[in-house]
Design a protein around this ligand. Sequence first.
Ligand SMILES: [Zn+2]
Length: 301
Amino acid sequence: MTGRHSSVIDTGKTSPSDRSERVAVAEDLLATRLAQSVLLGQVPGVTHGITGRVAGLGEADGNVGFSAPRDAADAWAMRRLWCQAAGLDADALATVGQVHGAEVVRADSSDAGRGARPGSGRVGIGDALITDQPGILLMTLHADCLPVLLVDPDRPAVAAVHAGWRGTVGGVVGATVRAMGSAFGSQPERILAFLGPGVGPCCYEVGPEVVDAWTGRGVIAGTDPRRAIASTGTGSTFDLTAANGLLLREAGLAEEHIDVHPDCTRCRGDRWFSHRGQGTGTGRFGAMIAITASGRLGGTP
Ligand SMILES: [Zn+2]
């Protein structure tokens, strides 16, 4: 424990074997591994981050998903560690039962903690969470499916979205933008979006049912939907990022308000959990966002 982490260790306190110091080193490392958008980061009073896969961290490389075969107690410990690294309160986490649909669930500060610890339930069933309240930390869970974080800087209001091919074709991101409009008065042209890491077109071969369902939507935002489909000779690939970008444009977002993470989760399996790359038993990474404007997350306005 010398050298590379000297900026953390040279704080003049205790020995390097002290537990709090080891946690500090882990937080320091994880803070650099959280994926964050420069665009969303410019909004005062909103904090976001996407956790990743870190070899040797905890029992399952930093996994934050509770489902078997993963150990829920370890996943909760990892949630706490990632949240500390982001300056967020893990006990304020709220999750939904994700079903690859387009249902949007509105949450408020009284929902904080529903889905945080193992056995703490969930806010509801759906693939998007929205709120305009501080004191609650929205999180969706991923292993290839695209995370989408949204911010209305005016209210402010935030959203976390889980978009695999079914949710994408079902229009979950557009449904979320509309839900923010009716619930919070959010103007689509003011909303900022961060499309996080998901399985890329390089690794996402899909069947004709996906191509048909997607292209069956017709022209999207003045664009041929086939722009998100490519032929491999033997089949087709689907570009979740391109598809959700088009759907956000259709919902009224400005092109310059859409930020994109470049990683394919399967190609970069060293950094991300990937269902296609690592199998069904792999872990999950979390896409988190909260309004922290009122000060310390966990307080009520
Ligand atoms: Zn790839």
